[in-house]
Write a protein that binds this ligand. Structure first.
Ligand code: GRG
Length: 272
C-alpha cells in the first residue's frame, strides 16, 4: 500500500471510531455535542492518530492496541485548535476554511466543547487493554500536553505576541505547542503494545524531531515563525536537518521503521 493509501485506510478507521466514541449529535445537551463533533469532523488530516498507529506497527503491535491513544490524540488536537481560536488566544474566525467553533456555537460552548474533548481523550485511554499500559499512557499524555508541554508552549506564545522573538523562544514554542503532541502520539502508539523501552525511546526521539520539523514546514506554508526569521529556504533546510535527525533515531527498529520513514518524508514535502 502506498503512503496515501495508508493515510486513507487508517484515517477512515480513526474517523469511524471517533464517531462511535463522541456523544451522539441528537443527544442532550445538543449544542455541546454538536460543537464537539464540529471541532472533530472538519477535514483534519489525522496526522497524529496515523502516527500512533504507524508507531504501533513499527513495534510489531496490532492497530487495535493503538486505536485508543490514536483517537485520544486527535481529540486533544481538536481541543487545542478550538481553544487556540478563541478571542482570548489567537482570535481566529475561521479554521480549515469554515467558521471556527466559537464563531459557530458561541464562546462559552466552544470553551466547554474543548474541555469535553480533552476529558474524553483521557477517558478513552482508560478503556480497554492492559491497566499498566493504560496508566502509562495517561501519565505520558498528561506530561506532554500539560505544563510543561502544550499549555506552557501556548502561554509563552501568548506572552511573545507583538514582541521581537529570538530563535530560542520560537524553538521552545514549537517544541511545546507542536512537537510535544506529535511525540506523545508516537510514544503512546509504541507503548500501547508490547514494545520494549529501547524501541519506545527511539520512537520518542523520532517524534520530538519530526514534530519540530512539522512546525517549521507549517511556518513556511504560513510565512510565520522560523520562516519569518530565517527566510523560507533556510527554514526548510532546518526542517530537512531535523527530519534526518528524526530518522537516525529509528535505527533500533530496523526494517520495521520503513513506514515511519515514508511518513516523515511525506510530512516534509507537504503543501497543506
Ligand atoms: C489551547 C493549550 C492550548 C494550546 C494550543 C496547538 C496549539 C496550542 C495551537 C494551534 C495552532 C497551531 C499553530 C498549532 C501548531 C500545530 C499545528 C501545526 C497545527 C495544525 O496541525 P495539522 O496540520 O492540522 O495536523 P489539521 O487541520 O490537518 O488537523
Amino acid at each position: 500500500m502506498d503512503i496515501s493509501g495508508y493515510f486513507r485506510k487508517y484515517g477512515g478507521i480513526i474517523d469511524k471510531r471517533l464517531d462511535r466514541f463522541l456523544p451522539k449529535a441528537a443527544g442532550y445537551p445538543k449544542v455541546l455535542y454538536n460543537a464537539m463533533r464540529y471541532a472533530v469532523f472538519s477535514g483534519g488530516k489525522r496526522v497524529r492518530p496515523v502516527l500512533s498507529l504507524a508507531a504501533s506497527e513499527a513495534c510489531s503491535g496490532a492497530w487495535s492496541d493503538a486505536i485508543m491513544p490514536a483517537c485520544a490524540v486527535e481529540l486533544v488536537h481538536a481541543y487545542t485548535l478550538v481553544h487556540d481560536d478563541l478571542p482570548a488566544m489567537d482570535n481566529a474566525d475561521y479554521r480549515r476554511g469554515r467558521l471556527s467553533c466559537h464563531k459557530r456555537f458561541g464562546e462559552a460552548n466552544a470553551i466547554l466543547a474543548g474541555d469535553a474533548l480533552l476529558t474524553l481523550a483521557f477517558g478513552l485511554l482508560a478503556r480497554g487493554g492492559d491497566p499498566a499500559r493504560q496508566i502509562r499512557m495517561i501519565r505520558e499524555l498528561s506530561t506532554f500536553i500539560g505544563a510543561p508541554g502544550t499549555v506552557a508552549g501556548q502561554a509563552v506564545d501568548i506572552a511573545a505576541k507583538g514582541k521581537k522573538t529570538g530563535k530560542d523562544i520560537i524553538k521552545y514554542i514549537n517544541y511545546n505547542k507542536t512537537a510535544a503532541l506529535i511525540a506523545a502520539s508516537l510514544k503512546m502508539g509504541a507503548a500501547a503494545g508490547t514494545a520494549d523501552e529501547v524501541k519506545i525511546r527511539a520512537i520518542e526521539g523520532f517524534g520530538k524531531n519530526l514534530g519540530l520539523a512539522y512546525q517549521i514546514v507549517d511556518d513556511v506554508l504560513d510565512s510565520e515563525g522560523y520562516a519569518r526569521i530565517l527566510g523560507k529556504d533556510r527554514a526548510l533546510e532546518e526542517a530537512r536537518v531535523l527530519t534526518k535527525r528524526a530518522l537516525a533515531h529509528l535505527k533500533p527498529l530496523g526494517a520495521k521503521g520503513g513506514r515511519l520513514i515514508e511518513i516523515a518524508y511525506l510530512l516534509l514535502a507537504r503543501t497543506k
